[in-house]
Design a protein around this ligand. Structure first.
Ligand SMILES: Nc1nc2c(ncn2[C@@H]2O[C@H](COP(=O)(O)OP(=O)(O)OP(=O)(O)O)[C@@H](O)[C@H]2O)c(=O)[nH]1
Ligand SMILES: [Mg+2]
Ligand SMILES: [Zn+2]
Length: 358
């Protein structure tokens, strides 16, 4: 494999400093705690992260993850496959969510991806609100979202379901496929040509691993049954993994997400709702809340049937979530600072007194 096939771009080359030219670039395809599996021009490698990288990192999201490019040095003269990760290169894109649970921590699910496939089943799994939520995350990632509706073989009203997605998808491509019969799978190949990287995201049981197997032409990943009652999956895939497609291109399988809590910012949210935002620019007042102000272009578009009222409602809901997220983040940062101040005070208090000591 040459570097370009692995997804190397000028963006990464430009980050390499003179003194790093002897280091070997490699790309993480799987992570087991502090053991990284890497693709490189010298074949597969296993890398570890030196302790200093842990202590120097201020947030978990900065640690290398699947899809990341790292610079490596040999770790063991007897084992050419073992390397030390010296540095993670800046990311071109990243798909993040808020880590599940209470803590306000960013989890980077996949890095350096060109396309995010948002996968949904056309069975009982189909849910417009959930797809809208994934789109908010995808728009914040810096990669291009593509909606994949799988299990077309189980659905009799595919055209109607695509129609339901039109207001939220804006101009994003929507592909209805069946990974099981193979129908439409080839439509996805245009996003994973040589040098490109895509990640599959979606709930458990929608067929992410089955789609990759169909693209590969063999059963590379385990797949699992869904519950008949509600089409829910059983969380068959338990770790993220990137693999190479024969025709070029890299694809990342991910475990089905239980919660999709947003991790975004104001400007990315505006991108996900550019339909509403385009009208908002035309409102008479620049701080228009789109309620009952005179000259509100958003309300006018809704009245004329050019914009679905649900889009404005969704935008407001996500804005509230974002405010909540930022508040929790601030509170978390404050608590962290307080803890640090206490630790510092303790260290001063406990410091042996040089003058009285000796
Ligand atoms: N009828 C039908 N079943 C499918 C299709 N694609 C996948 N399945 C089935 O759906 C079930 C779940 O597929 P998986 O590929 O394991 O789903 P997943 O998204 O990887 O699920 P997790 O790994 O749990 O996140 C399996 O029984 C597949 O055989 C399809 O196009 N049509
Ligand atoms: Mg899977
Ligand atoms: Zn307005």
């Amino acid at each position: 494999m040459d570097l370009n096939e692995l997804g190397w771009k000028d963006f990464f080359q430009e980050q390499i400093e003179e003194q790093e030219l002897t280091l070997l670039p490699a790309r993480i395809y799987r992570q087991d705690v502090n053991r990284y599996h890497l693709f490189s021009t010298k074949g597969d490698l296993t890398g570890t992260l030196p302790g200093k990288l842990f202590t120097e990192t201020t947030s978990k999201a900065e640690l290398p993850t699947v899809g990341d490019w790292v610079l490596t040095a040999p770790a063991d003269e007897h084992n050419p496959r073992a390397v030390i990760i010296e540095r993670t290169l800046d990311r071109m894109s990243k798909f993040s969510r808020k880590q599940a649970g209470d803590k306000v921590v960013e989890q980077v699910v996949a890095a350096n991806i060109d396309t995010v496939f948002i996968v949904s089943g056309l069975d009982d799994n189909f849910n417009v609100n959930r797809i809208e939520r994934y789109l908010v995350l995808a728009w914040s990632s810096g990669a291009n979202p593509v909606i994949v509706l799988n299990k077309a073989d189980l659905c009799r009203d595919t055209a109607d379901k695509i129609h339901q997605l039109e207001p939220i998808a804006m101009r994003i491509p929507i592909h209805a496929i069946s990974a099981q019969s193979g129908e439409g799978v080839d439509l996805l190949r245009q996003y994973v040509e040589s040098g490109q990287t895509a990640a599959l995201l979606g709930s458990s049981g929608v067929g992410k691993s089955t789609i990759i197997n169909a693209l590969l032409g063999y059963e590379r990943f385990d797949t699992g049954d869904v519950r008949e009652a509600d089409s829910k999956g059983r969380h068959t895939t338990s770790f993220r993994e990137m693999c190479k497609l024969d025709a070029g291109g890299m694809i990342i399988d991910t475990p089905g997400m239980r919660e999709i809590q947003i991790w975004t910012d104001e400007s990315s949210l505006a991108k996900s709702f550019s339909d509403v935002e385009d009208y908002a620019l035309l409102c008479k007042f620049s701080d228009c809340q789109h309620d009952s102000e005179p000259g509100c272009a958003v309300q006018e578009a809704i009245e004329k049937g050019n914009l679905e009222v649900t889009r404005l409602e969704s935008l407001r809901k996500f804005q509230r979530e974002l405010i909540h997220l930022v508040e929790k983040q601030d509170a978390g940062a404050k608590a962290e600072k307080k803890k640090e101040r206490k630790k510092f005070a303790r260290s001063i208090r406990d410091r042996p007194n040089k003058r009285s000591g000796a």
